[in-house]
Design a protein around this ligand. Structure first.
Ligand code: HEM
Length: 437
């Protein structure tokens, strides 16, 4: 142990270390990476911490070195309090069992059942937007994705109830990123806990209703799910997992859809090419699952949005066993972070990373396939985002309808500067003029 070298880097101030630079300085990880390379140390949230950056580091954290890391002891306390006993914070056998129980509701044969609802809700919002003519897209996308999430995941009826839940989630999300999580009614964190309690109360009621009268939403599939020994998820487990799915299932998608509309508004030649692809598919008839599998240019655009605008910038882990990476030793008890966004902007992985260029994902170029784990907007390995296919399906449906039937213009006099917290978005939310073609 004596001759083991700790990673380079500065620990910063006592206790808080470099937490403030990490949260407020958008160049923090880049400047450290430029100075030290793929692994460097600091202190964050009161703990010694190590950053692991780039495809090889991602491969280590997300796949070959998974045994050294824990999710539960990595994510900040606010996540544990607000998201409770859910998949996102579980480890080991408990996580494996629950993931197996939850997978079928979000993959394979379950997905085609969700298409018509996704389409109906999308069409409803397109009409609303057409009537409005001008609006802030981030806010509107949030309504759209939250309605899809509550209807498909919980079987909710759109209306006042959905609006109330959406407001509670906004308060909860703001609390996740409280730097000083003080539990008082007047603090952001205190308000987030009150919102969590309201949400749990609502969800527990819905779970009980579904247990008595199953329908065909995701929650009913979770209620019916059994493991090999015939065990099922308990009321508390179902409530916590439903809460997580609702949370994870709409904030992220809202962000990516907003950036999609922004970049298409900025790059008319990309928009026209994507529109042409849709118009050709439209000749085959109305939107269908078969058509959704044939949108190769839209797929490229969505990969480029994932690369440039990943809604989740990175992931926290707790180090549970000491390990070595690139010749540096990291002790147990440290915090570890892998970086999604920084990987996506490394020029040796993606040349000219600041350029919006969907063709970097064309069959000829495939820049993300040259090194494994170069594109990790949904994480990677066996704990890759469980809602990956659900989110992709939803985003493609929304994009296909937009491209087939609508035009939009980014309005002047607004800030499109990137804001990362609580969800990556353009500062003023993207104000647009919107009309039917
Ligand atoms: C654009 C949309 C989405 C993005 C960018 C996204 C991103 C991510 C990322 C990066 C992770 C891994 C975090 C880590 O490694 O620390 C993750 C995990 C997860 N996501 Fe998503 N997500 C999206 C949509 C969804 C949806 C629609 C759902 C549910 C319906 C969902 C549920 C989850 C869950 C439950 C996990 C934890 C999985 C596990 O630990 O086994 N996500 N997501």
């Amino acid at each position: 142990m004596d001759n083991k070298r700790l990673p380079p880097g500065e620990l910063g101030l006592p206790v808080i270390g470099e937490t403030l630079s990490f949260v407020f300085d958008r160049q923090y990880i880049k400047s450290k990476y430029d100075k030290y390379g793929a692994i460097f140390k600091t202190r964050l949230l009161g703990r010694p911490a190590v950053f692991l950056v780039g495809p090889e580091a991602n491969e280590f954290v997300l796949s070959s070195g998974m045994e050294y890391f824990s999710w539960r002891s990595g994510w900040p306390e606010t996540f544990k309090v607000l998201l409770g006993e859910s998949l996102f914070l579980q480890d080991g056998e408990e996580h494996k069992r629950n993931r197996r129980l939850m997978m079928p509701a979000l993959h394979g044969a379950a997905l085609p059942r969700y298409v018509s609802t996704m389409e109906e809700i999308t069409q409803k919002y397109l009409k609303i937007w057409e009537e409005k003519g001008e609006f802030v897209w981030f806010e509107e996308m949030k309504k759209l994705t939250f309605e899809i999430a509550t209807v498909l995941l919980l079987g909710a009826n759109p209306g006042a109830e959905v609006d109330r839940l959406s407001g509670l989630f906004t308060t909860l999300t703001n609390g996740l990123f409280s730097l000083l999580p003080v539990r008082l009614p007047v603090t952001g964190f205190g308000r987030a806990i009150a919102a969590r309690n309201e949400l749990l109360k609502h969800l527990e009621r819905v779970v009980k209703e579904r247990q008595e009268n199953p329908t065909n939403d995701v929650l009913s599939l979770l209620i019916e799910a059994r493991d090999e020994e015939g065990n099922k998820l308990s009321l508390e487990e179902l409530t916590a997992q439903a809460m997580l799915l609702l949370f994870a299932g709409h904030e992220t998608t809202t962000s990516m859809l907003t950036w999609l509309c922004l970049e298409l508004g900025r790059y008319p030649e990309v928009l026209e090419r994507a529109r042409k692809e849709q118009k050709q598919l439209e000749l085959m008839g109305d939107l269908s699952l078969e058509q959704l599998g044939q949108m190769s240019y839209l797929d490229q655009i969505l990969l480029e949005i994932e690369r440039m605008h990943p809604p989740v910038g990175g992931g926290f882990r707790g180090v549970v066993k000491p390990f070595e990476f690139n010749g540096f030793y990291v002790p147990a008890g440290w915090l570890a972070l892998y970086s999604i966004k920084m990987t996506h902007y490394l020029p040796d992985v993606y040349p000219n990373p600041q350029n919006f260029d969907p063709d970097r994902f064309s069959l000829e170029r495939q820049e993300h396939k040259k090194r494994p784990m170069s594109l990790v907007g949904f994480g990677g390995g066996s704990r890759i985002c469980i809602g990956f296919a659900f989110a992709k399906l939803e985003m493609k449906i929304v994009a296909a309808y937009l491209l087939r039937n609508y035009a939009w213009e980014i309005l002047p006099n607004q800030s499109l500067e990137v804001v990362e917290i609580p969800t990556r978005r353009p500062k003023d939310g993207l104000r647009v003029k919107f009309e039917k073609l």
